[in-house]
Design a protein around this ligand. Structure first.
Ligand code: ADP
Length: 300
């Protein structure tokens, strides 16, 4: 059983020639709604890439609104189990308003809404679900004490844990003792270690610091170059396929979801990271968040 815990957001995206200034109203010729949020993106990636017999559970908090209804419907089509999804009255589903200008510059407002309400107490309602997890994948868009408690519960029951420490934020070092695998990108690796990661050598250096906190496997994603892996089993760069990237939204989330799928199928670490690179490379060739995440058929 694979469990993902994290955020779900609905992005409202409008494109303009230039960004509106204070007091100005502009008409957009292009409005779209994207289902996003790191937790939900990763859950969708896992569900689309794993074998149909694998059970995938997502733990998150939504509002009790139409945005939540639509998102749940699409997760159901992907085969995500919803026992861990709670709809909270009087709170809104996490939302982002994104304005983009013709040069791709943006201006964003985020209302985490119900995501912030996933407290440790609320998590306890899902204790049984977590206790049966073979693997937990989580990130840092949910309240930190909840993320720590979930990792701890799964570890103490003998499950394995992956922490994607995104977005970068100060979380102390206690959390790492419950983490088997940590998967920062370059910015997040630098935020945790203070090492500016820009190539294989600097990634190896940052990885040593990350190991010293606890995780036995460190995987630093390096964008178009792929990912640097540091572990007892294998260390080195695993290159990403060469593709024409048009939108890198959800690349890291696809990588993490695919990594979990590969590892849960007991693939060797190198093979699981190669699979993750392949899946994420497809995501960057497509526009959008959850809709850009590939299905298993595209990869095998
Ligand atoms: P994030 O999206 O979290 O910032 P990265 O930029 O490191 O993380 O990208 C995550 C993964 O997505 C990479 O390890 C790689 O597998 C894939 N990826 C990202 N950009 C590209 C690209 N231009 N070409 C191929 N793969 C890419």
């Amino acid at each position: 059983r694979l469990v993902i815990l994290g955020s779900a957001n609905v992005d409202h995206v409008m494109s303009f020639e230039y960004l509106p200034t204070t007091g100005q109203t502009l008409m957009s010729q292009n409005y779209r709604i994207e289902h996003g949020g790191k937790g939900a993106n990763q859950a969708v990636a896992v569900a689309r890439l794993c074998s149909p017999s694998t059970r995938v559970d997502f733990i998150c908090h939504l509002g009790n609104d139409t945005l939540a209804h639509d998102m749940c419907h699409s997760w159901k089509l992907d085969g995500i189990h919803s026992d861990g999804v709670s709809k909270i009255d009087n709170l809104s589903t996490g939302s982002a308003l994104i304005f983009i200008d013709k040069n791709g510059e943006n201006s964003i407002g985020v209302a985490p809404g119900a995501n912030d309400n996933l407290s440790v107490k609320a998590l306890m309602e899902h204790q049984e679900l977590l206790s049966r997890a073979d693997w937990l994948l989580t990130q840092l868009e949910s309240p930190t004490p909840t993320v720590i408690e979930a990792l701890k519960l799964v570890k103490q029951q003998g499950g394995k844990t992956i922490l994607n420490p995104a977005p970068a934020k100060n979380i102390g070092t206690e959390i790492y003792k419950w983490v088997d695998i940590i998967t920062p990108n370059e910015t997040e690796a630098e935020a945790i270690t203070g090492i500016e990661v820009h190539d294989e050598d600097s990634a190896a250096f940052a990885a040593q610091i990350l190991h010293s906190h606890g995780p036995s496997i460190v995987i630093i994603t390096l964008g178009a170059r792929g990912a640097y892996v540091s572990s007892a089993e294998f260390s080195g760069l695993v290159a990403a396929p060469n593709v024409m990237a048009i939108d890198t939204v959800a690349a890291g989330d696809t990588f993490n979801g695919a990594l979990l799928v590969g590892l849960s199928q007991e693939h060797a670490l190198f093979d699981a990271v190669t699979f993750a690179n392949k899946a994420a490379a497809i995501t960057v060739t497509r526009q959008g968040a959850q809709r850009s995440i590939p299905y298993r058929d595209c990869l095998v």
